[in-house]
Design a protein around this ligand. Structure first.
Ligand code: NAD
Length: 375
């Protein structure tokens, strides 16, 4: 099979589509965003995207059809991007920032939330700065590059009285809500084994890409993709893993993978006896989830990318609407923040911290060859 670059893999497999006190009455939310978008006339949550790379483009598309949120500001270090985005999304000059004057956001009442979409190692600095500017924050996954950094980000948001969410888009996706229900409600009995993996084959990729740089990315495919596998195992079982074993695969492309792993596999042990085996890789294309339970199975493939997902259980096909994952995530968060309510635990910063502790334990297990306890 021909190698796929990250972009082409994602395009191939992902074709689917505060501090400020205000309270508004909101109609009930529906996933049918395109038809509902015009029916809400209330205040929208004003979002500034910080970092205008590839994923920020997906978020901007989501914001265009969002019911409760709008793209109100941008933070970029590239003046040409500032000009192009400002023109395309009608962003006023006063809501365009760079990394040097970011702190001036504190004076901008037209921004309610900063969405940090920067390389992983930069998340901490800009989440803390956004909190100090009195803005709510959504930070992309992985939340940071160490558990200590995650804790500092949580502390800063608490101190500033703003809310912090991790950009876990699958928490609002209907197929994922279903596998979570099937697992946690034991619809097919106790889940004994989960296999969930995500990977794509890098081909002709640029060695200076930050994803391959340990300082900026914090690690390789485990940080970027494995976090989804860890998440899925936790929310399907509704349990926290207690220990892990893991293995780095042999590096086949020494030019690209001199700093971060090329592929890593791990086995998480859960208190109820279930095991989750996963691989995250930049050396093969895989995107699937399978759960074996006492009285049946349920599976998704594609499973973790932007979809559209396909799934079945031992009783038949799963059939849910294809949604825009970014718009849905933004709307669910927007709806809560506009109502001055607390974000649910499953998307808060504390969740990103739990995942980061597990990712660190996986790296330790792979590095030492020993089973590592997760606390
Ligand atoms: P990207 O490389 O496309 O964009 C990164 C942006 O950061 C660029 O605009 C770049 O100019 C800017 N930047 C500022 N300082 C930089 C520096 N020192 N080095 C490199 N870039 C710098 O990356 P991306 O794919 O958009 O990823 C950004 C974040 O979003 C990451 O944390 C990633 O894990 C996350 N992400 C999430 C999803 C998802 O589905 N939730 C998908 C892709 C990426």
């Amino acid at each position: 099979m021909k190698n796929l670059s990250r972009r082409s893999f994602l395009e191939k497999f992902c074709a689917g589509a505060g501090a400020t006190a205000f309270a508004v009455t909101l109609p009930s939310f529906s996933n049918n965003l395109k038809t509902n978008a015009k029916t809400y006339e209330g205040k929208k949550l004003n979002i500034a995207l910080c970092g205008l790379g590839r994923y920020a483009g997906y978020l901007a598309d989501g914001l265009e059809i969002s019911k409760y949120c709008r793209l109100a500001g941008i933070v970029t270090g590239t003046p040409t991007k500032a000009e192009a985005w400002s023109k395309k999304y009608s962003i006023p000059q006063k809501s365009i920032y760079n990394y040097q004057n970011f702190d001036e956001l504190i004076n901008n009442k037209d921004i309610d939330l900063v969405y940090v979409v920067l390389p992983n190692a930069m998340h901490k600095e800009f989440v803390i700065k956004a909190a100090k500017a009195g803005k709510h924050v959504i930070v992309e996954k992985p939340m940071a590059i160490t558990a200590n950094d995650c804790q500092e980000m949580i502390n800063a948001c608490k101190k500033a009285g703003v809310q912090l969410a991790v950009g876990y888009r699958l928490h609002y996706e209907p197929y994922h809500l279903e596998i979570k229900r099937l697992g946690q409600e034991k619809v097919f009995g106790q889940v004994r084994l989960i296999e969930v993996s995500l990977g794509y084959k890098l081909g002709g990729e640029n060695p200076s890409d930050w994803h391959l740089n340990k300082v900026l990315a914090g690690g390789g495919p485990l940080m970027n993709l494995g976090v989804y596998c860890v998440q899925a195992s936790r929310y399907v079982l509704g349990e926290e893993p207690i220990s892990v074993t893991a293995q780095f695969a042999t590096v086949t492309n020494k030019k690209l993978f001199s700093e971060v792993e090329e592929s890593i596999s791990w086995q998480l042990n859960f208190p109820g006896g279930a095991v989750c085996t996963s691989t995250s890789s930049y050396n093969c294309n895989i995107d699937r989830f399978y759960a074996s339970a006492d009285e049946g199975f349920f599976e998704l493939s594609p499973a973790v990318s932007y979809g559209p997902f396909k799934g079945k259980t031992s009783r038949g096909e799963l059939n849910f609407p294809v949604i825009n994952q970014q718009a849905t995530q933004l709307d669910e968060i927007g709806k809560i923040l506009l109502s001055n309510e607390q974000l649910p635990d499953h998307i808060k910063g504390e969740e990103g911290l739990k995942d980061m502790k597990i990712l660190q334990a996986i790296y330790t297990a792979a590095g030492t060859g020993k089973k590592v306890s997760i606390i």
